[in-house]
Write a protein that binds this ligand. Structure first.
Ligand SMILES: Cc1cc2nc3c(=O)[nH]c(=O)nc-3n(C[C@H](O)[C@H](O)[C@H](O)COP(=O)(O)OP(=O)(O)OC[C@H]3O[C@@H](n4cnc5c(N)ncnc54)[C@H](O)[C@@H]3O)c2cc1C
Length: 413
C-alpha cells in the first residue's frame, strides 16, 4: 500500500482467528480487502494464538472445507470420537460416540497456533488482499460513501478509505467503543486454567467433561498424544492453583480429574482466563460491522465462540458475494442493505447461543425439563453433538435459522 489515500472495499480490523478466517472468505470473491493487525502474524504470539486449543464442530469443518482450508488444518486436528461426561455427584456417566451419532467425528480439537498458521498461510498470496501488520487502527470516521481510517504502521500514519469496516478486534473492541455501541456483560466469577498435558493412557479420541463443585473440567484430545485441559475454578482458587509448582499442580489436577487416563505425566505452561460474557447491543453502525468476539464473547468453556463466529464469517462473505454479483451500479460492500441483512441474519443465532450458554453455566438447565442432561453435555459438547443440537433447537424455537451456503457445504458463489 502507498502512503495515504488508499482505498479498498473492506477494511478488517483484527487478524485473530476470526479476522483471518474472514480475510480468507473474502479473498474468494472480487473485493479488495485490507486487514490491520496489531501483532506480527508471523510470530503467532497474538492472544488468539497462544497455547489454547479450539474444538471445531462439524459445521465449522464444512465452512473450512469450502474455503479450501481444511486439508491444511486436518493434519493438526485431532478427531473427537467420544465424549465422557463425568459423574461427580450430580450426573450419571454418559458417553456420546460419533459412531452412534452417525458422524465421522463429533468434532476436532486443534491448537490455536496451528489453526492460526493454517488461516494465515493462504493470505500470503490471496487475490485482492493486503495486510498491514504490525499496525494499529488509531481512529476512524464513518461517512456517507466510505469509512476513513487512520492506521498507525510503526509510528507512520496511513489513511485508508473503505466501503465497509469490519471489527474483528476482540471482546474489548475499540471499534465498538468508538461507535459507543452499548454492551451487556456478565461476570461469571470464574477463571479457566488452560494447560496441555500428557497422561499414562492415550486419549485415543476420547474427550472428558468432569463436573467439580468449583466448575467443569474439560479434557480434550490433541494431536501428538497430548490433551488440552480447561479447568474452571472460582477466582481465588484459580489464583491459588496457578501459583503452585508443576508437581503440586499436577497432583491437584489429578485429584480433580481422577485416574481415567492413568497418571498425569507432564503438564505444560499454564494460562489463566477470566470468564465473562460480553454481548454488543447491535451488530452494525455507520458502515461498520462487528464480528466474532467483538460482537459476542461467550464463556470459553462452552467451546462455541469460534464456531459461532465462523457462521458470522460465512454470512458476511455470502452477503457481500451476492451484492457484488448483482447487476447494475458498482457494488457497495458497506451499503445500508448489507449492514441490515447481516444484523437480521445473525442476531438470532448469536442471541440464542449466548442465552443458552449463559443458562448452562448459571445452571438453570437443571430446572428446565429435558435440559438437565444437556447441561452436562453443554459445556464442551453441545455444539458437537447432533442429538444435543436437535434438543437445543427445540428448546430455543429453531435456533439454527437459515444457514449460510458455506455452512451447508456449498460454494460461496
Ligand atoms: C480458554 C478459551 C477456550 C476456547 N475454546 C473454544 C473452543 O473450543 N471452540 C470455539 O469455537 N471457541 C473457543 N473459544 C473462543 C474463541 O477462542 C474465540 O471466539 C475466538 O478466538 C475469538 O477470536 P477473535 O478473532 O474474534 O478475537 P481475538 O482473538 O481477541 O482477536 C482480536 C485481534 O484483534 C487485534 N486488534 C485489536 N485491536 C486492534 C486494533 N486497534 N488494530 C489492529 N488490531 C487490533 C488483536 O491484536 C487480536 O489479534 C475459547 C476461548 C477461550 C478464552
Amino acid at each position: 500500500m502507498t502512503a495515504s489515500g488508499d482505498s479498498c472495499d473492506v477494511l478488517i480490523v483484527g487478524g485473530g482467528l476470526v479476522g483471518s478466517a474472514l480475510a480468507n472468505a473474502l479473498s474468494r470473491i472480487p473485493v479488495r480487502t485490507v486487514l490491520v493487525e496489531a501483532h506480527d502474524p508471523a510470530a503467532f504470539a497474538q492472544p488468539g494464538f497462544d497455547g489454547r486449543a479450539t474444538a471445531l464442530a462439524n459445521g465449522s469443518r464444512r465452512i473450512l472445507e469450502q474455503l479450501g482450508l481444511w486439508s491444511t488444518i486436518a493434519g493438526d486436528a485431532e478427531p473427537i470420537d467420544s465424549i465422557h461426561i463425568g459423574e461427580q455427584g450430580r450426573f450419571g456417566a454418559a458417553r456420546i460416540r460419533a459412531e452412534a451419532e452417525g458422524v465421522e467425528a463429533l468434532g476436532y480439537t486443534i491448537e490455536n497456533r496451528a489453526l492460526g498458521a493454517a488461516l494465515w498461510k493462504p493470505l500470503e498470496d490471496a487475490p485482492g488482499f493486503a495486510c498491514l501488520a504490525p499496525a494499529k487502527l488509531a481512529t476512524f470516521t464513518g461517512g456517507n460513501d466510505a469509512v476513513t481510517a487512520e492506521v498507525d504502521v510503526g509510528g507512520r500514519a496511513l489513511t485508508i478509505r473503505a466501503r465497509l469496516l469490519i471489527a474483528a478486534d476482540g471482546a474489548r473492541s475499540s471499534v465498538r467503543r468508538s461507535l459507543q455501541i452499548p454492551v451487556r456483560e456478565n461476570d461469571y466469577g470464574q477463571r479457566a486454567i488452560i494447560v496441555n498435558m500428557t497422561t499414562e493412557a492415550a486419549l485415543a479420541g476420547r474427550a472428558f467433561e468432569r463436573f467439580t463443585p468449583q466448575g467443569p473440567l474439560a479434557v480434550l484430545p490433541l494431536a501428538r498424544g497430548r490433551a488440552a485441559v480447561v479447568w474452571t475454578l472460582g477466582h481465588a482458587e484459580a489464583d491459588r492453583v496457578m501459583a503452585l509448582g508443576d508437581a503440586a499442580f499436577r497432583d491437584e489436577l489429578q485429584a480433580a480429574f481422577g485416574y481415567r487416563l492413568g497418571r498425569i505425566e507432564r503438564v505444560g505452561r499454564r494460562a489463566l482466563h477470566t470468564l465473562s460474557r460480553v454481548r454488543s447491543d447491535t451488530l452494525s453502525d455507520r458502515r461498520t460491522l462487528l464480528v466474532g468476539n467483538a460482537a459476542v464473547s461467550l464463556h470459553p468453556v462452552a467451546g462455541q465462540g469460534f464456531n459461532l463466529a465462523l457462521r458470522d464469517v460465512a454470512t458476511i462473505a455470502e452477503i457481500i458475494a451476492d451484492d457484488t454479483a448483482s447487476p447494475g451500479d458498482r457494488a457497495d460492500a458497506g451499503s445500508a442493505q448489507v449492514l441490515a441483512r447481516y444484523g437480521e441474519w445473525r442476531r438470532d443465532d448469536q442471541r440464542k447461543v449466548a442465552w443458552f450458554t449463559h443458562g448452562l453455566i448459571r445452571g438453570f438447565g437443571a430446572r428446565a425439563p429435558g435440559l438437565g442432561a444437556l447441561r452436562g453435555l453443554g459445556l464442551v459438547a453441545f455444539d458437537l453433538v447432533p442429538g444435543a443440537k436437535a434438543l437445543l433447537a427445540r428448546h430455543t424455537m429453531g435456533m439454527a435459522g437459515r444457514l449460510p451456503r458455506l455452512a451447508r457445504g456449498l460454494p460461496l458463489s
